[in-house]
Design a protein around this ligand. Sequence first.
Ligand code: KG4
Ligand code: ZN
Length: 336
Amino acid sequence: MTEKQDTITLLAIESSCDDTAAAVIRNCKILANIVSSQEIHKEYGGVIPELAGRAHQQHILPVVKKALKEAGIEAKDLDGIAYTQGPGLMGSLLVGGHFTKGMCMALNIPSIGVNHLQAHVAAHYLNESMPNFPFLCLLVSGGHTQIIKVKAPLDMEIIGSTIDDAAGEAFDKTAKMLGLPYPGGPLIDQYAELGNPLAYQFPIARIEGYGYSFSGLKTSLLYFLQKGVKEDPDFIAKNLNDICASMRYTIVKTLLDKFEKAVKEADVKEIGIAGGVSANKLLRKEFEKLAAKNGWKAFIPKFEYCTDNAAMIAVVGHYKFLAGESTPLSALPFAR
Ligand code: KG4
Ligand code: ZN
């Protein structure tokens, strides 16, 4: 890294799960943000790790080329490459990690390993108006549900976590039980808009502290559906909108009741939400309402920065590069 430079241009690569993504960032401004989502998993009702790794291999070069082209940048203009080091599927992470290593070796520039969850939170720094520190962030993705205290751009403390399923998993498993394709979250959201959220009552897990649990909800839905289908084989089709609306209502209420308690106890006035599930319409609406009710300021990243993308990896890369942090090429390409 040069002593002091006017321009910092980084490429960022995200390949932790089933999206192959690349972004280019210059001085903390996103110049390109390309995401290639793998359709192959739809028919299986979930991500198949082996297929995901193979698809990343096919997509990574075209995605990176497209990002550089769209940004009007040549590889030789890059000062470093940020990449997702974990958490994620090992085969998927290996593709992004090795690709980064190879490019960094060829260009003689540093690689910067980034934590995927930290990046979801850092998506806030790409908004025109970003929260002041400290703020509390509700991170809701397909694999994680956490309450995080953000003290500085890269100084984050996890104060609560799910003890079993993540919120995204709760949506995806609901969809699977209803016979909907993966990923089910966006579909449940769509059907829920047309249904009655109070049509059916599902349980809200009461977990101590700032923890969450969604596995009981899943089991309760299973028994509810079994009973309904026994009485009427068309039960799901006839009541799809109401079931989706009631499940969505329960998941959102579970998330926000606990988050409200955490924010009050942390005594902060600014709150954020991050991760794929933050694309959920009801969650976004209720999150804003919660802030208004308590006099807090609410921040939600732009829609394209909520689900998996490389722009969020790029912004963490930018802050790490500024701090002189890099990951030795001898390091494992995935976090243990
Ligand atoms: O953050 P993300 O893209 O990937 C992970 O890091 O896991 O989150 C993906 C999750 C999936 O479970 C997907 O169903 C969920 O986000 N999701 C939604 C919505 N859009 C995506 N869940 C509920 N409502 C949505 N609109
Ligand atoms: Zn994610």
